[in-house]
Design a protein around this ligand. Structure first.
Ligand code: COA
Length: 147
């Protein structure tokens, strides 16, 4: 992770949303010759009054990028997440990357993010059809799980 995001990665606003443990069933890694070449984790967060998934961090080792590992991690994790209790996944990430997997801009929903964020980085993925249409009007606070 330090290799992908740099030593100051924990000072980014998204880390305020990850005080506890990640969702164990959705922690995926890809290994090659005993080395981890890619990993993906999710945390649960509150979106207004509902519990949703926050995707990330996702990282593929620099020398292994462009070989489909990121795609494999995301598609496997989203398929698995569809079997869970969540209706939405939120990501704060690469603007041009996540739409490939069905993510859409979150800006129209007026998210209240804890700290600085470029709004275009926030994107949603529906695990259940109609989840976005069912959201109450914004602003909707994104916060760490209570307690
Ligand atoms: C972003 C990252 C996870 C992509 O992993 P990867 O294994 O290289 O991605 P894949 O090979 O699975 O690429 C899948 C597709 O996305 C494209 N893509 C890769 N990185 C991209 C990026 N940063 N922006 C837009 N598209 C990207 C690929 O060209 C490929 O497109 P195609 O389906 O048309 O061929 C990797 O570059 C990385 O670890 N970056 C540093 C950390 C980071 O930025 N994480 C994500 C933000 S939270």
């Amino acid at each position: 992770m330090a290799e992908a995001f740099g030593p100051k990665r924990h000072s980014r606003s998204v880390w305020q949303l990850r005080p506890g443990s990640p969702v164990a069933d959705l922690c995926l890694v890809i290994r090659s010759e005993g080395e981890t070449v890619g990993s993906l984790r999710f945390w649960e967060v509150m979106l207004g009054a509902q519990r949703i998934l926050l995707l990330g961090p996702l990282a593929v080792r620099p020398g292994e990028r462009g070989r489909g590992f990121g795609r494999d991690l995301i598609t496997a994790a989203l398929d698995r997440a569809k079997g869970g209790p969540w209706s939405l996944v939120l990501v704060s990430g690469e603007v041009d990357y996540y739409p490939k997997f069905g993510f859409v801009p979150a800006a129209p929903h007026g998210l209240d993010w804890p700290g600085f964020i470029e709004p275009e980085r926030l994107q949603f993925f529906e695990l259940q059809d109609g989840a976005l249409a069912a959201l109450p009007p914004g602003p909707l606070a994104v916060r760490a799980l209570p307690g």
